[in-house]
Design a protein around this ligand. Structure first.
Ligand SMILES: [Zn+2]
Length: 184
C-alpha cells in the first residue's frame, strides 16, 4: 500500500478524502470495518465463493481462488471491508504486486465511509457518474481514481499524468482490461 502521507495537515478526514494515504493505524481501519460489518460481509462472500482465506499485508485478508458470480463476475479483485476477493491464485497475485496496494486503499475507503451503509451507495453513485462522463465505470470514479488507476490495472503507467489532469483526454484502458471491466 502506498505509504505517502499528506503534506497539508488535513488530518484524518483529509486522509479519508485521499485514500492513496493509508489510514493510521491499520488497526483502526480493521475495527471500523469489523463494527460496520463490512469485513464480516466480505468473509461471508469469501465462504460462499469457496475461497481460501489467508492473511495478507497491512491487515488485509486475501480470499484466493474466489469463484462466486457476485458481486462482479468479471472483476479479478473486489474488496469488501478488509477482505480482498481474488479470482486468482497466489501465484497469479504475485505477478501483480501493485494490485494489493490498490485494493488496500479500497479497504480504507470502506472504513472512511462507514461500511456497507455508506460506501456501497457512494461507490455505485460514483460509478454511475463515471459512466455518464466517459462510458466507463472506473476512469472517472473518484474511489477508483483515489485508489490508483494504474495500480488497479485500469490504465497503463504511461497514462499516469493524463489521469490526474481532467482537462486532458481520457486515459486509455489496457486492451485486456477493457474486456474485463473491473469494478472494485
Ligand atoms: Zn478498484
Amino acid at each position: 500500500m502506498n505509504s505517502r502521507r499528506p503534506k497539508d495537515g488535513r488530518g484524518a478526514f483529509g486522509q479519508c478524502q485521499d485514500a492513496a494515504v493509508k489510514l493510521r493505524p491499520t488497526g483502526l481501519r480493521q475495527v471500523v470495518n469489523a463494527v460496520t460489518l463490512a469485513t464480516p460481509l466480505g468473509l461471508a462472500l469469501a465462504r460462499a465463493g469457496h475461497a481460501t482465506v489467508v492473511r495478507g499485508p497491512d491487515g488485509l485478508l486475501l480470499a484466493l481462488d474466489y469463484r462466486a458470480p457476485v458481486p462482479a463476475p468479471r472483476a479479478p479483485a473486489v474488496t469488501v471491508g478488509d477482505v480482498v476477493l481474488l479470482r486468482m491464485s497466489s501465484a497469479e497475485l504475485a505477478a501483480r504486486p501493485q494490485l494489493l496496494a490498490h485494493e488496500g486503499r479500497h479497504a480504507v475507503q470502506w472504513a472512511c465511509w462507514l461500511g456497507p451503509v455508506g460506501f456501497l451507495p457512494a461507490y455505485l453513485l460514483a460509478s454511475a457518474w463515471s459512466w455518464f462522463r466517459c462510458r466507463d465505470f472506473a476512469l472517472r470514479n473518484t474511489f477508483e481514481v483515489r485508489a490508483g488507476l494504474v495500480d488497479g490495472g485500469y490504465v497503463t503507467s504511461g497514462d499516469r499524468t493524463t489521469v490526474s489532469r481532467r482537462s486532458r483526454p481520457l486515459p486509455r484502458r489496457r486492451s485486456a482490461d477493457r474486456r474485463r471491466s473491473r469494478r472494485a
